[in-house]
Structure formats: structure tokens, C-alpha cells
Design a protein around this ligand. Structure first.
Ligand SMILES: Cc1ncc(C[n+]2csc(CCOP(=O)(O)OP(=O)(O)O)c2C)c(N)n1
Ligand SMILES: [Mg+2]
Length: 561
């Protein structure tokens, strides 16, 4: 009899499948609903990160999926565990990230009675996850787990949810393992590439936009070679700056929030736009203003791994159903025209990017977040990973920090607060040798600040920068624009974040002026512990370009007109 034919518990079969599919890291919060699986973890060498809240665990798994292109894995308990985790699932959905979440479920014999913490996961997560299932028959674990890996990674990637009834996990079964999965590649057709070549040969002002998921380091290198050979300007979409080296002579900047007006004008006036991997969602399309709907004025080549995304909002001139990895490899076969009419424009585009990001703007207060980002870009190693959440503090990150490598910056394109700290913990667990920095706001940090304890427990010395303006600043900014002077629910009274770090067993330091930042950061690094650098930012410094008072005065003046 082969080993595969031996009786194993369902829990063991499940964990064996994870090993077979190449899983090395699991992020979890335990629950009595999956004790049998926890018991199998006891005897295997998977790196298990025990978190403090399921939202944190799910975001760590999502970050792992983003950085590796293979499903990040989390385990949570039923009911409240699952609903807590939904914050991370939603990021995976919007950001097209492969991820699998396992949930312990009530025993099969009490289902449908609304037993303790019982939920219908298909109904609850049906519109967030790509696929939701519940495994009743342990003999089908290899099949269904294999399907989960394929579903999470194929086409447009996304999250898969698998519920595991508690009693099912303990059942013993003789079943063969699945073969190891490999993500299914989606290649462009030869005709697609010929059409693209023709479009490029007849273009005068082309531009490339890179975004979305299903990229890799080699794919980014192929894109860079293509850009070089064709002298094409390349922009990245919101929170996807890691797809193109910011110092590459073809880099034109980031199509996010607070975008360089010159880049916007460039994309608007382009005659050909090749958008690779991005859904061209609300933020990169600048509130759906960059391209007309349904038929853009620019000749649009839209390359996306999900066939359902092509023509969904923008009708492309040429739709190519391909994954960025395969498409980037196919780009190597295209030949540039002998004379490239736009090469001088590309130099200008890069010069405009550098000019827009070179010097931090002046802002009120003694700490200038722009100067902090400039210091980081000059001092962090090129392979550092910077993780961020949502809030106006990021406008300085996206503008002044320069991402050089794939997975060098991970953020929620979905705009979810609370992502930076758990993503940083996840990255430090995956890549202990890399410098990992979390960029947080005061509001943003406390959405998942509890995962700082996870960093301490697992000796994962991340460095968290908290830009503390005592505000839910982004919302206050919108408030001053829409309802000037009527402050409602946007003021925060904050703890001493440096003391918070120390209370958790980490290193904490407070920075009150820009000039003290470098020393504080170095002290945080030298401590060897997870660290918080608490930066006191003037609430008036609401973006690199304006102040709260200016916004209010502008809005009031418009009302008087
Ligand atoms: C989970 C979640 N809740 C609420 C929001 C809405 N929201 C967006 S930014 C923001 C304020 C962020 O505050 P902070 O982290 O302090 O950053 P700041 O804007 O002050 O720099 C809020 C409440 C969100 N994006 N995500
Ligand atoms: Mg704030």
C-alpha cells in the first residue's frame, strides 16, 4: 500500500495539500472550530503566524499573495472570526490578489439551527470572494483545495473561502493527494501581438500604463526592456508603483490620487494607450475621466487576465486577454520602428516625473512628511518593502518615495485603512532579511495596531512610521471642501504612540521636527526590535499642496460667489 492510501484525518489531508501546493506561511487567529487543523500544525514545519485580530491575519495573507503571486493563506474561526477577516478579503477582491481563507464551521449535525457562530459563508462572502465552498466530504479535500488554488490565481485573481465543518476535520479517510498546482498562464495570441506591433508603428504619442496583479520580477524586467527598446513612457496605477523602477528613464509617474497634472495631460493627449494588467478602476482612471465611456478617444489596447474585465467599462480598440507575466514575455518578440518619433517626449515625461517628485513642498509645522519620504528614498536599501494603509499621509509617500523593485511597495488599491502594519508583519515573516517599513496615519494605525504585538512575538523588527495629525485627515479634507467649517467626527485624541510601542515590548521614539527623523529612524533600526516612530504632523498640513484653512476659505468663497 502506498502512503497516500493510508487513513489520515481530514485535517491532515488538508494540511498535506497546502504543503503540496507550496505553502510555507499561514496567518491565523485560533478558534475551537478548527482545533483538529491546529493540532496538525503542531507537527509540521509550516511557518505559523498567530495574529491578534482576523482582519490583521487576512491582510497579512493578502500581502503575501500580492508579493508572491501565489495564494496567501489564512485560517480563522467561524462567525465573528470570519466577519473580522472580511476586511482583508475585500482588499484581495478589489486588488485582484490570490488568497485562500479557511474557516472552521459548526459541526454538520447542527447546521441550519443557527448554532453558535454559525453562518452561511456562501451567502455572506458570495459577492466578495471569487468562490466560496464548504467541504462536507473529507474525500473531496484534495480536489476542492486544488480547485481553490487554481481559482484564486487564474484569470483575474481573487480570494477563495473554504468552510470546514468541525466534525468533518476529524473524520478519517483514505484519499490520494492532488498533484502540485501551478498557476495557469494566459498567453496573448500571435495575432494580438501583430496588431499591437502595427498600432505601435503608426503611433505618434503612445503611453503605457502598468497596473493590476499577475506580475513578477521577471515580467517587470521584460516590461522595462520593452519600454527601453521602444522608448515608451510608462506610468503605474494607484499603489502599483512597484511594477516599474522609478529611476528608469522611461518612468512617467504614478496615476493615483494627487497625480502630476503633466502626467494626466500626457495620458489624455496620447494617441495610443497600452494598459497592461489594470482594470482602469476609479482611481487610475481619475474618477472615470481619463477615458471616455464606453469608447475612449485614445486608441486603447487593454491587456487583462480576466476576459470579463475587457470591455466592462471601456471599449478597447484592441482587447488582449493575457496575464501580465505572459504578455510581458511576448513583448520581447516585438520590433520597434527604426525611427521612434516619440523618444524625446519620453525623456520629457521622465524629467517631468523627476521634477514633480524631486523636492518636498513646504508645509505648515515642524515635521514635513515629504522630507521624510525623501530621506527614506535616499537611505532605504533598494529591496526594502514599504507597506501603507489609507489616508492623506500617503500622498507624500506616493509622490516623494521612489519604488525601485517588484514588491518594494505594497498598499491597498482598494483604499482600506489599517493595511500597513499587518502587511509589514506579513512581509517581514516572508522576507526576514529585507528592511520592512509600515507607513501609517494615526487613524489608520489604530485600525490594526494590535498586530504590532504579533511583530514583537515573532521577533519581526518592522519599523512603523505614524504620521499623527490628530485627525481622520482625509475625511476632514473632504468635509472642509463640501461643508466648510462644520467639523464632524474627524478629530482624534491619540495615545502616546512611542509609549505604546514600548508597552508592547518594542522600541518607540517621537519626532517633533524633520531634522530629528534620521536619527530616530536609525535608533529604531539599531534597536533590532519592532519599532514605532511617532511623527507629530501639523493638522494644517493636509496634502503636499494645500492646507485645511485654504480649503475651507476656498469653499466658503465659492459659496459666496
Ligand atoms: C477601513 C476604512 N474605514 C474608513 C475609511 C474612510 N477613510 C479614508 S481615509 C480616512 C482617514 C485616515 O486617517 P489617518 O490614518 O489619520 O490619515 P490622514 O488622512 O489623517 O493622513 C478614513 C476614515 C477607509 N478608507 N477605510
Ligand atoms: Mg491622521
Amino acid at each position: 500500500m502506498r502512503a497516500n492510501d493510508n487513513m489520515r484525518s481530514a485535517a491532515k489531508v488538508l494540511v498535506d495539500q497546502l504543503n503540496i501546493h507550496g505553502v510555507r506561511h499561514i496567518f491565523c487567529v485560533p478558534g475551537e472550530s478548527y482545533l483538529a487543523v491546529l493540532d496538525v500544525f503542531h507537527d509540521c514545519d509550516l511557518a505559523l503566524t498567530v495574529c491578534r485580530q482576523e482582519g490583521g491575519a487576512a491582510m497579512m495573507a493578502e500581502a503575501a499573495g500580492k508579493a508572491t503571486g501565489r495564494p496567501g493563506i489564512c485560517f480563522v474561526t467561524r462567525g465573528p472570526g470570519a466577519t473580522n477577516a472580511s476586511a482583508g478579503l475585500h482588499i484581495a477582491r478589489q486588488d485582484s490578489t490570490p488568497m485562500i481563507m479557511f474557516i472552521g464551521q459548526v459541526p454538520r449535525d447542527v447546521r441550519e439551527r443557527e448554532a453558535l457562530q454559525e453562518m452561511d459563508y456562501r451567502a455572506t462572502f458570495g459577492s466578495i470572494a471569487k468562490w466560496v465552498t464548504e467541504i462536507d466530504d473529507p474525500a473531496r479535500i484534495p480536489e476542492l483545495v486544488s480547485r481553490a488554488f487554481h481559482t484564486a490565481t487564474s484569470g483575474r485573481p481573487g480570494p477563495v473561502v473554504i468552510a470546514l465543518p468541525e466534525d468533518m476535520q476529524r473524520e478519517r479517510v483514505a484519499v490520494a493527494d492532488a498533484p502540485p498546482f501551478e498557476p495557469v498562464e494566459t498567453w496573448p495570441g500571435a495575432t494580438d501581438m501583430v496588431k499591437l506591433q502595427k498600432l505601435l508603428w503608426s503611433a505618434q504619442r503612445p503611453a503605457v500604463i502598468a497596473g493590476g496583479s499577475r506580475w513578477s520580477e521577471p515580467a517587470c524586467a521584460s516590461l522595462a526592456r520593452f519600454a527601453e527598446r521602444f522608448a515608451l513612457p510608462v506610468a503605474t496605477t494607484f499603489r502599483r508603483a512597484h511594477l516599474f523602477d522609478a529611476l528608469h528613464p522611461c518612468y512617467a509617474g504614478d496615476l493615483g490620487l494627487g497625480v502630476n497634472p503633466k502626467l494626466l495631460a500626457r495620458i489624455k493627449s496620447a494617441d495610443l494607450v497600452v494598459a497592461i494588467g489594470s482594470r482602469l478602476g476609479e482611481v487610475p482612471s481619475q474618477g472615470y475621466t481619463l477615458f471616455e465611456i464606453p469608447g475612449p478617444r485614445q486608441t486603447l489596447v487593454h491587456v487583462h487576465p480576466g476576459a470579463e474585465e475587457l470591455g466592462r467599462v471601456f471599449h478597447p480598440h484592441l482587447a488582449i486577454n493575457a496575464a501580465p507575466t505572459a504578455f510581458a514575455a511576448a513583448l520581447e518578440g516585438l520590433q520597434p520602428p527604426t525611427a521612434i518619433p516619440w523618444s524625446a517626449e519620453t525623456k520629457t515625461a521622465h524629467a517631468e516625473y523627476l521634477a514633480w517628485t524631486e523636492e518636498p513642498t513646504t508645509v505648515p509645522g515642524a515635521v514635513n512628511p515629504g522630507a521624510v519620504m525623501v530621506w527614506l528614498r535616499e537611505n532605504l536599501p533598494v529591496d526594502a518593502v514599504v507597506c501603507n494603509g489609507a489616508g492623506n499621509f500617503n500622498t507624500w509617500l506616493h509622490r516623494f518615495y521612489r519604488v525601485r523593485r517588484f514588491a518594494g511597495q505594497l498598499g491597498p488599491a482598494s483604499g482600506s485603512m489599517g493595511y500597513g502594519v499587518p502587511a509589514a508583519v506579513g512581509m517581514k515573516r516572508l522576507y526576514p532579511e529585507r528592511t520592512v517599513v509600515a507607513i501609517s496615519g494615526d487613524g489608520d494605525f489604530l485600525m490594526n495596531g494590535q498586530e504590532f504585538a504579533t511583530a514583537v512575538q515573532f521577533e519581526a523588527p518592522i519599523i512603523v512610521l505614524i504620521f499623527d495629525n490628530s485627525l481622520y485627515g482625509t475625511i476632514r479634507m473632504h468635509q472642509e471642501r463640501e461643508y466648510p467649517g462644520r467639523v464632524s467626527a474627524t478629530v482624534l485624541k491619540n495615545p502616546d504612540f512611542a509609549a505604546y510601542a514600548r508597552a508592547f515590548g518594542g522600541f518607540g521614539v517621537t519626532v517633533e521636527k524633520t531634522a530629528d527623523f534620521a536619527q530616530a529612524f536609525k535608533a529604531a533600526q539599531a534597536s533590532g526590535k519592532p519599532a514605532i516612530v511617532h511623527l507629530k504632523v501639523d493638522p494644517e498640513a493636509i496634502t503636499p499642496a494645500t492646507t485645511l484653512t485654504k480649503l475651507r476659505e476656498q469653499a466658503l468663497a465659492e459659496r459666496r460667489e
